[in-house]
Design a binder for this molecule. Structure first.
Ligand code: GTP
Ligand code: MG
Length: 281
């Protein structure tokens, strides 16, 4: 049963109305925890929205006020050449597909875009990115035979590129894999040697089907280099993406878009209305 349906039932059946009724507040709290809002936020919201009036309407308003300051357009600023975008995240979260969507979006906007295939572990990863680069018409930098160091590829791409925007694809890695996180750290260091202000955007992709672990993922990747934007992939599936509320509330990282399919045009601005509707389905 969906989150808001449960919430409605809880409100109707259990008469969740007031914060003085402790059992009602804790029922609501349980529902919010189950929706991946996390314990602290769930408790805070459960208390606040039951204070007076319609709890469901209050909750909608609270969620809007958490999310709306963070929902922004995907924009690259002028004055950096290239404007360097790192794309990071755990294995299979949708990094490479999101890059295809961004290449398409930026090229359509008249920008010259290049990508560096810095996932040098899997041959298939380079092939996947090459396919999109060719399809969309972007320059691509790929590792030469035997070259496995993603940092040196990122370095070469930065030196060579005449593009307005250089997007760096990275290998998927679990946030608790120290070696791979060190490797990522080296990539940032190397890139900042060429341009101190780079990367200009450090984008993390979150799979909408991820639960509370998403928070830990963002915190760990942020330790290596602060995450400046989030894109939630796979919002076209069954997942509601409830974890984004907690991340927004605690970390206040801008939400730059959502992935809504597997093709290059399946990129959209995060819609709070649709998100809330999704929760209510
Ligand atoms: N339905 C749907 N599928 C998606 C979306 N984004 C990515 N996928 C699919 O998810 C799978 C993994 O996507 P990739 O882009 O390869 O993910 P990745 O993070 O680059 O993976 P690694 O490089 O292996 O870590 C592929 O089958 C994609 O087609 C999305 O927004 N919606
Ligand atoms: Mg990939």
């Amino acid at each position: 049963m969906s989150f808001f349906k449960k919430l409605k039932d809880a409100i109707l059946l259990k008469g969740i109305r007031s914060s003085e009724d402790h059992s009602s507040v804790s029922d609501l709290e349980d529902i919010l925890i189950e929706a991946d809002f996390g314990f602290n936020l769930a408790s805070k919201l459960a208390r606040e929205v039951t204070k007076k009036g319609d709890a469901l309407e209050n909750l909608g308003n609270e969620l809007r006020s958490i999310l709306s300051p963070l929902v922004v357009d995907f924009e690259v600023s002028e004055g950096h050449k290239p404007f360097v975008v790192f794309v990071v995240g755990v294995n299979g979260c949708g990094k490479t597909t999101t890059i295809a969507k961004l290449m398409h979006f930026l090229m359509t906007g008249g920008k010259r875009v290049a990508v560096a295939a810095c996932d040098t572990f899997r041959v298939a990863a380079t092939e996947q990115l090459s396919f999109w680069a060719k399809e969309i018409g972007c320059d691509i930098y790929i590792a030469k035979d035997g070259q496995k160091d993603p940092a040196s590829l990122a370095f070469e791409a930065m030196k060579a590129s005449y593009a307005d925007i250089l997007i760096i694809d990275t290998a998927g890695r679990l946030q608790n894999n120290a070696n791979l996180m060190d490797e990522l750290s080296k990539m940032y260091r190397v890139v900042s040697k060429i341009d101190q202000s780079a990367p200009h955007m450090n984008l993390m992709i979150l799979d909408a089907t991820t639960g509370q672990n998403a928070m830990e993922q963002v915190l760990s990747f942020s330790k290596v280099h602060p995450i400046t934007g989030l894109i939630i992939s796979k919002m076209d599936g069954h997942a509601k993406g409830g974890m984004i509320v907690r991340i927004a509330d605690e970390l206040k990282i801008p939400i730059l878009g959502v992935g809504i399919g597997e093709s290059m045009s399946d990129f959209a601005k995060f819609s709070i209305d649709k998100f809330l509707e999704g929760l209510m389905e």
